[in-house]
Design a protein around this ligand. Structure first.
Ligand code: 6GU
Length: 234
């Protein structure tokens, strides 16, 4: 997959891509990240990317020309992209959409800034408009990283053993079960006996039950993927 991120602040994203699962996924050749500062596509001598809103009001609005030029250049070089506009007005990002994105050959994320985008950016290109939750960020960079990581970790071969084990079918779509490591007693709190019993089937049943209980208590809106009543959650 080629994952291109259009942003006015590439350095805020760069560091994270060099660490974590995202670095591993790149080293394995599963994904190539491209950071594009669309200010480079501004043609005036001040390299303008934003301007005051027609009709008045506070703040600045992203101009259409540099965004269009950057998108068209990326598509001329790489081919057509699935294009994602990061905006609090978008569809809520979830695991199902991450899975969908992970099947794309090319994914482009546009990070906004300022008070918003000129409406013709929305109208003139085909976007999936995506939000990462009901709160306001000052720019799309953190949202783009969330989308990039959730997507890249689903690429076949991206995860090491610990995380792929976590995806075992018996807890898919549920919240995680509680985990313990040494010591067996810490400040009077003991590890559940079953986890040190050596009985793998008993461990599996305990974890499944714990995951189900935790999910029902905390996130009754989620449904396990194996549940025939499954909604969009999980
Ligand atoms: Cl994608 N962008 C911004 N600026 N704020 C957000 C968001 C995105 N998702 C939630 N809040």
């Amino acid at each position: 997959m080629i994952l291109t991120i259009l942003t006015l602040f590439p350095s805020t994203i760069e560091g994270y891509l060099r660490e974590s699962i995202l670095r591993i996924a790149q080293e394995k050749g599963l994904v190539r990240f491209r950071l594009v500062n669309f200010r480079d596509y501004s043609t005036d001598r001040h390299r303008t990317v934003d301007d005051r809103p027609f009709g008045g009001g506070p703040g600045m609005v992203l101009k259409p020309e540099p965004v269009f030029a950057a998108v068209e250049d990326a598509e001329a070089k790489d081919g057509p992209y699935r294009k994602v506009l990061l905006t609090p007005a978008g569809r809520r990002f979830d695991q199902a959409l991450a899975r969908e994105f992970s099947r794309e050959e090319r994914l482009l994320l546009l990070c906004g800034r300022y008070e918003g985008f000129d409406e013709r950016i929305r109208l003139g290109l085909r976007w999936d408009e995506v939000s990462v939750g009901d709160y306001v960020l000052s720019g799309g960079e953190i949202a783009a990283l969330a989308v990039a990581e959730a997507t890249a970790r689903l690429l076949p071969g991206a995860l090491g053993d610990p995380e792929s084990a976590e995806q075992e079918s018996f807890t898919a779509g549920l919240l995680d079960f509680p985990q313990y490591t040494r010591p067996r007693v810490f400040r009077g709190m003991a590890v559940p006996e079953v986890l040190v019993s050596g009985d793998h089937e008993a461990v599996r049943r305990w974890r499944e039950e714990a995951a189900r209980r935790r999910t029902a208590e905390r996130r009754p809106d989620l449904r396990p993927e194996s549940d025939p009543k499954a909604g969009t959650g999980g």
